[in-house]
Design a protein around this ligand. Structure first.
Ligand SMILES: Cc1cc2nc3c(=O)[nH]c(=O)nc-3n(C[C@H](O)[C@H](O)[C@H](O)COP(=O)(O)OP(=O)(O)OC[C@H]3O[C@@H](n4cnc5c(N)ncnc54)[C@H](O)[C@@H]3O)c2cc1C
Length: 173
């Protein structure tokens, strides 16, 4: 998919501006495993030099939906790929789509995603945060239909702002 101009600008920020502020970018690699620990999490990934292990005080999950690999769908339903976080989704596959593609109500599958509390922390099946220091942002979140509302970038930016704010408050006590 050709990148949008804001995407190119954002990437330039990640590569040129943010490192000066202490950010380390591991480009083009996906976290293969995420272990939640008492004080945060351990992320496991690989780059061209081998294994990379990152210890975090807080983690913000922003892995997107189907196109980016944050969610995966099979005949049984929709799954979150890294931690198997419960995904809010239609009760059966028959309810994923309405018969009219252009139905103004949209399609239920496009509201699938993970649910969070007021601090943007993903919820387990019993409705409690999965971990004090695990946060989520972006279109991975349930209930918003960015495809119909054309608000994907807005959802990503606004929810990331709130998740970072909450993470920073919780980590700093
Ligand atoms: C064709 C198209 C047109 C669009 N047009 C518009 C528009 O006009 N207006 C608008 O507002 N929105 C639009 N959107 C939607 C917008 O692009 C998304 O809503 C927005 O990018 C969502 O941001 P996000 O950060 O939540 O997820 P994404 O942008 O999907 O980013 C998720 C990132 O996580 C990475 N990732 C996934 N798994 C892992 C892992 N295990 N480890 C590390 N990284 C991982 C992925 O590689 C990806 O880079 C469009 C989308 C598409 C596909």
């Amino acid at each position: 998919m050709p990148p949008a101009v804001p995407g190119i600008r954002l990437r330039e920020m990640f590569e040129q501006t943010f490192p000066a502020k202490g950010l380390t970018l591991v480009p083009q690699q996906k976290v293969e495993r995420l272990e939640l620990t008492e004080g945060g999490a351990t992320l496991h990934l690989k780059d061209s030099y081998g294994d990379v292990v990152i210890e975090t005080d807080a983690t913000i999950l922003a892995t997107g939906r189907f196109l980016s690999g944050g969610l995966q769908a099979d005949r049984q339903g929709v799954h979150e790929t890294l931690l198997n976080i419960p995904v809010r989704q239609p009760a059966s596959r028959a309810e994923w789509y309405r018969s009219d593609y252009f139905d103004p109500q949209g399609h239920q599958i496009n509201r699938s995603g993970i649910e969070v509390d007021g601090h943007f922390r993903p919820l387990s099946a019993d409705g409690a945060p999965i971990h004090e220091r695990l946060f989520a942002a972006g279109i991975l979140l349930a209930h918003q239909d960015w495809i119909r509302q054309r608000c994907g970038a807005g959802v990503a930016i606004a929810s990331a702002y709130k998740a970072v704010e909450a993470a920073s408050k919780i980590v700093s006590g």
